[in-house]
Design a protein around this ligand. Structure first.
Ligand code: NAP
Length: 236
């Protein structure tokens, strides 16, 4: 299952996993029919699975209707931008609910079901550069993404013995809806590009490759890692 699979990083990840042989549940609050069609056109198999995460407990309950899952990619996320002194409580709650609480509850539901079946599994959470840095005008997003890095390690420790690997991928600046506002601001856009050692913004497919790796046998001994996929941003 890939959450938020209708667009952006989630869509590319769903495609990447399908190309490597996974049957994909493309999960989203919006229809993932386009993603399913892309996967089928590439010779893979997928299903469109409705999943709304703004009420995290309801989202986690819906996970139980998905059948046995081997892989969970927690990709769905939102961002709200405002000066910290003006930042609204509703925005704080909305971001923390989708970006952190829903991730925890989905991981918990996935792991419980896997343990009951005696199966292992792979969880990949989508973190951010703002799992490490503070960002500007995105206090709730930064708090949630720092939380994702910590949660990933905490769950990895508890579940490694049951064969459930929990890792995160921290994307750099990727061309998706999430970064449209930044790319439309010529000053911020130039500042960002000028600091990326790779000399380009990332593509969603760059993230899909790293997520897919973490779901292969080759990554069997990798757990609790937060893998930066950022064109060198954090190394600079
Ligand atoms: P995006 O194009 O905005 O995609 C976000 C996805 O999350 C969409 O599928 C969206 O569905 C879904 N979503 C939002 N709220 C939801 C809810 N309440 N229930 C279910 N699904 C919901 O952005 P993206 O860049 O691909 O983001 C994917 C992940 O990467 C996010 O966790 C984001 O924080 C992270 N990330 C992105 C970047 C970047 O540079 N783009 C960098 C670091 C981390 P709708 O289309 O219906 O809104």
């Amino acid at each position: 299952m890939v959450t938020g699979a209708n667009t952006g990083i989630g869509q590319a990840t769903a495609l990447g996993l399908a190309e490597r042989g996974a049957h994909v549940l493309a999960a989203g609050r919006s229809s993932c029919a386009e993603t399913v069609a892309l996967i089928e056109a590439a010779g893979g198999t997928a299903e469109d699975f409705t999943l709304e995460l703004s009420d995290p407990a309801a989202g986690a309950a819906r996970l139980a209707e998905a059948g046995a899952l081997d892989i969970l990619v927690n990709n769905a996320g939102i961002i709200r931008r405002a000066d910290a002194v003006e930042f609204a409580e509703d925005d704080w709650d909305a971001v923390l609910d989708v970006n952190l609480k829903a991730v925890f509850l989905l991981c918990q539901g996935f792991a419980k079901a896997a343990m009951e079946r005696g199966a292992g599994g792979r969880i990949v959470n989508i973190a951010s550069l703002l799992s490490f840095q503070g960002g500007i005008r995105v206090p709730a997003y930064t708090a949630a993404k720092h939380g994702i890095a910590g949660l990933t390690k905490a769950l990895a420790n508890e579940w490694a013995g049951q064969g459930i690997n929990v890792n995160a991928v921290a994307p750099g600046y990727i061309v998706t809806n999430n970064t449209a506002a930044l790319r439309e601001d010529p000053v911020r856009s130039a500042e960002i590009l000028g600091r990326i050692p790779a000399g380009r913004w990332g593509d969603a497919a760059d993230i899909a490759g790293a997520v897919s790796f973490l779901c292969t046998p080759a990554a069997g001994y990798v757990t609790g890692a937060v893998l930066n996929v950022d064109g060198g941003w954090l190394a600079r």
